[in-house]
Write a protein that binds this ligand. Sequence first.
Ligand code: UDP
Ligand code: MG
Length: 311
Amino acid sequence: IICPCFNEEASINQFYSTVSTIVKNERFDFEFIFINDGSSDNTKNIIESIIGLDKRVKLINLSRNFGKEAALSAGIDYCSGSAAIPIDIDLQDPPELITSFIKEWQKGFDVVVAKRRSRKSDSFLKEFSALLYYRTHNLVSEVKIPENVGDFRLISRKVINTIRSLPENQRFMKGIFSWVGFSTKVVEYDRPARISGDSSFNSRKLFKLALDGITSFSTFPIRIWLYIGLTIATFSALYGLWIIFRTLIYGADAPGYASTIVIILFFGGLQLTVLGLLGEYIGRIYLEAKRRPNYIVDDTNITDNPYKHES
Ligand code: UDP
Ligand code: MG
């Protein structure tokens, strides 16, 4: 069970007791990997106190807040199970589903994903922007992300190892999970509200995540401008010829101020947009080229990771 935590002191105990009751009935061994993603509250101490009682509990303490995607990567890198289940700590991902996940995994599926039937617990704005985002992403990227599917899922060792072997540093997990493929089973559920605290994703973080998703899985946004540019250039050339022709026949018509300004502004805007887009991709290349790890572990009680990689 992989659980990224960022300032979750109020949720951890309830999460741990709920989940451990559920997994008690399973005939598999479990480990709980909590990733403390640079929390500034008591998260770390609470996890440590649970470790005192339950040896299955592991803690990866990151050196600062790296974001959920990075925290999840850390969990995936350090887990030692035949399968892993990333789950949110706020019980918005119903742990009861773990039982169905395992059932499907035993049938041979490598990925079992939880798909929310409704987003009742989310605000209208979040629901709407999520829908808009999924539609846009899927329109422009070759790798589709299923709508209303989060990180809550079961992945088999095969999938874990595949994800770990990917060379890229910036991990957009939703995209990577879909990109790797493998036999997948979907399980549906209703998403409840958070048990305590507020979502740590504000609109700015969500927008960044959306942009990361699209720019890391699609080159459509930079390719499309070539076609738009060519089309506009063709029309401008025709229009230019027409103006020359008209001037030759009827002489110069003085005003033309409005159309000139409109054209200048329009192209100015277009050029800035395209420059911005190019910047976005170049920025990604730059970040990728630096080969910095996407998280730094401060300390951890995981000493015997059989899959530990040397990096
Ligand atoms: N989280 C994290 N690092 C962050 C932000 C969030 O590890 O920088 C964790 C958080 O503790 C929770 C999960 O990611 O377990 C989902 O976060 P949240 O519930 O705030 O997001 P939402 O449910 O609104 O998508
Ligand atoms: Mg949540």
